[in-house]
Ligand binder design. Structure first.
Ligand code: GLU
Length: 486
């Protein structure tokens, strides 16, 4: 099996295309075949290096690797369509020589005008075949005389193209409804139909797995492929993704680029797991399925033709499940770049130890990796006090009492551990007759800057005695509780 992913670098990697790439990859790895990634960059105006980079980065982030193609190389040259225009022109020439394609001299304005007229007359607006009957000798003469021409495929009529799609079974397209489509524009650039078909033949692709939006292009690709004397590959058209409301997935439903999910703190394994279930199922109600298991059990025959729903909330739920299942070191390591970005500096090794110590405490309730950096910021620099939390929590008599009491109690803790800290603070609360709720919250705000934080005693332990004391004392002074301390 040789399958390919063929993105056009005209936008960021779309979540639907990421799913197409994944289904290709799962099918190939299951069959121990070869996976090829090429770049469909014939649209030189809209293709950019930034989009190309984003797409490959996205694949790598997902853990999708390829055996041949862009950046990896292989026996077929560059794997970028923009480098292969000569090859496409050569095939277009061959198709013209063999009578399967012909030059069309109609200008864009003429075609527009005839389309408009056809619409007015209630006729189909497609190309009317006007240049198909021009004698080859005359056509050559006109081209030699400098007249611009595109090349069109001469679709045989009457006739039909039929094929068996792995997902959608028997497909048949009557040639009456297929125009003589352009394969080479008058500027010599190939259309998608030509470039894609030539690449699939040249690269020995056995399975074309792609979105259903390209289904109507397939008979054209089969005609070109057969025109080249090659056997068409097996086609697999995946249903399109829908939003939870049942309409085609679009920006209205939230982010549609993979990078948005990367940036939001999703982890690759959860994303792969979730995407793999969009149209495929390992059977039963199983939802959490590891990557190796998905590879072992994936089958194109089990792919559904029903539209699949992409639900970001479900993905978030799954992400939480994967985060909880991570071992603490891996979790801390995946937090490191996010914490460093948040702090705008790198973490010292000792600070990395602190992060590793805290990681299991926040892991349990984290759904997105990005939730964590703001929660652990207080460990790596002075807290920024949230004025609303401060007003709410710090301005009561109980707060004044608790902060003064905590400064004294913490100063007396010798062995700085969460357990010893808890014991000292609870004894202080008892002696001052303060409830845990009223008495601990001011300490939390003093130390972390916020009333929402990881568990308090462990936070104090991780922060260290000196820092903890300093912050509690400063807060006590700020609320004027020093006179209540004996
Ligand atoms: N380059 C096409 C696209 O991004 C896909 C080509 C194909 O899979 O045949 O829509």
């Amino acid at each position: 099996m040789r399958a390919r992913f063929a993105p056009s670098p005209t936008g960021f990697l779309h979540i639907g295309n990421a799913r197409t790439a994944l289904f290709n990859w799962l099918a190939v790895r299951n069959a121990a075949g070869e996976f090829i990634v090429r770049s469909d960059d014939t649209d030189t105006e809209r293709s950019t290096a930034e989009f190309a980079r984003d797409i490959l980065d996205g694949l790598r982030w997902l853990g999708i690797d390829w055996d041949e193609g862009v950046e990896v190389g292989g026996p077929h040259g560059s794997y970028r369509q923009s480098d292969r225009f000569d090859r496409y022109r050569q095939v277009a020439d061959d198709l013209t020589q063999s009578g399967r394609a012909y030059p069309c001299f109609c200008t864009a304005e003429e075609l527009d005008e005839r389309r408009r007229q056809a619409r007015e007359d209630g006729k189909p607006p497609g190309y009317d075949g006007r240049c198909r009957d021009i004698e080859p000798a005359e056509a050559s003469e006109r081209r030699a005389g400098g007249e611009q021409a595109s090349l069109r495929f001469a679709v045989p009529r009457p006739g039909a193209t039929t094929f068996v799609d792995v997902v959608r079974d028997d497909m048949s397209f009557d040639h009456e409804s297929i125009d003589d489509f352009v394969i080479l524009r008058s500027d010599g650039s190939p259309t998608y139909h030509l470039a894609s078909s030539v690449d699939d033949v040249d690269y020995g692709i056995t399975h074309v797995i792609r979105g259903e939006d390209l289904l109507s292009s397939t008979p054209k690709h089969i005609l070109i492929t057969e025109g080249m004397g090659a056997t068409p590959p097996t086609y697999v058209h995946l249903s399109l993704l829908m939003g939870p409301d049942g309409s085609k997935l679009s920006k209205r439903h939230g982010d549609t680029s993979l990078r948005a999910y990367r940036d939001a703190g999703f982890v690759p394994d959860a994303t792969v797991n979730y995407l793999s279930l969009l149209g495929w199922s390992p059977g039963g109600d199983e939802e959490i399925i590891s990557r190796p298991e998905a590879v072992a059990r994936f089958s194109l025959d089990a792919v559904s033709k029903n539209p699949a729903v992409f639900d970001p909330q479900k993905l978030e739920w799954m992400n939480g499940a994967y985060i909880r299942a991570m071992d603490p070191e891996t979790f801390a390591a995946s937090l490191q770049p996010l914490v460093e970005a948040d702090l705008e500096r790198t973490l010292e090794p000792a600070e990395m130890d602190v992060l590793t110590l805290m990681a299991p405490l926040v892991q349990e309730r984290t759904k997105l990796l990005t939730e964590v950096a703001p929660q652990v910021r207080f460990l790596f620099g002075d807290p920024v006090y949230d004025e609303a939390s401060w007003e709410k929590v710090m301005t009561t008599d109980e707060a004044r009492l608790a902060l003064g009491g905590a400064a004294a109690a913490l100063a007396g803790v010798d062995e700085w551990s969460a357990a010893a800290i808890e014991e000292a603070l609870r004894a202080m609360l008892d002696s001052l007759d303060l409830s845990a709720r009223k008495g601990l919250q001011p300490i939390r705000v003093a130390v972390t800057g916020s009333s929402v934080s990881p568990p308090l005693f462990e936070s104090l332990e991780a922060l260290g005695k000196e820092q903890s004391l300093e912050r509690v004392k400063a807060a006590a002074e700020r609320v004027g509780s020093s006179d209540t301390v004996e």
